[in-house]
Design a protein around this ligand. Structure first.
Ligand code: FE
Length: 193
């Protein structure tokens, strides 16, 4: 048997298995694409931190990122064509954003690495929508009473990434040094930087 022949056989078997899993509702095409994405691109919160640090240091990039997250993130080499749409939401003095998937556990894997276990928990998914301020306080994030909290519910089509506020006194830091300040929790919105 030639190598080509056996590769084709394996590819056909994999495809048949994918189809079967999708038909049984055990796997969505999007979820599979996302896993492949994560594998190929080295899924890590360092990727999301890189995007944030670039936005903090390059106003034109920040504008593109907020206008079309998917395209701007691809500029830096993240997200394949098949990945769900990415929307980047910016924290300001008056608005704080936090991400959840109330249905399951949708999450921008390739930019944030594997999701924390609490992200998938029933408690987080139901409570952060009803009482975001209390949930954030439990994470140690105490927001001023005047800060509006916006909760973004992820889906199979759209993923979210929080653009945290750049900390005071970091004007002289390089993009790389800034990226090192950005945590996975800050990219989900359950922490500040
Ligand atoms: Fe989900």
């Amino acid at each position: 048997m030639s190598g080509d022949h056996s590769d084709a056989t394996i590819a056909r078997r994999v495809r048949r298995l994918e189809t079967l899993l999708e038909e049984k509702g055990l796997l969505s095409g999007g979820a599979l694409d996302e896993s492949i994405d994560a594998f190929l691109l080295g899924a890590s919160p360092a990727n999301g931190a890189h995007v944030v640090a670039r936005a903090w240091t390059d106003p034109a990039y920040r504008a593109r990122l907020l206008a079309d997250g998917t395209a701007a993130v691809r500029e830096l080499g993240y997200l394949r064509e098949a990945a769900p749409r990415l929307r980047v939401v910016e924290n300001t003095e008056s608005v704080h954003n936090v991400i959840v998937c109330t249905l399951c556990s949708c999450y921008p894997l390739s930019l944030l690495g594997p999701s924390p276990s609490w992200y998938k928990s029933e408690a987080y998914r139901s409570r952060v929508v009803r009482e975001p301020r209390a949930v954030l306080a439990e994470f140690g994030l105490h927001l001023p009473a005047g800060t509006e909290i916006t909760v973004w519910d992820s889906s199979a089509e759209t993923r979210y990434l929080v653009l945290p506020r750049r900390p005071e006194g970091t004007g002289q830091l390089t993009e790389q040094a800034l990226a090192a300040l950005v945590t996975r929790y800050a990219l989900i919105g359950t922490a500040a930087v």
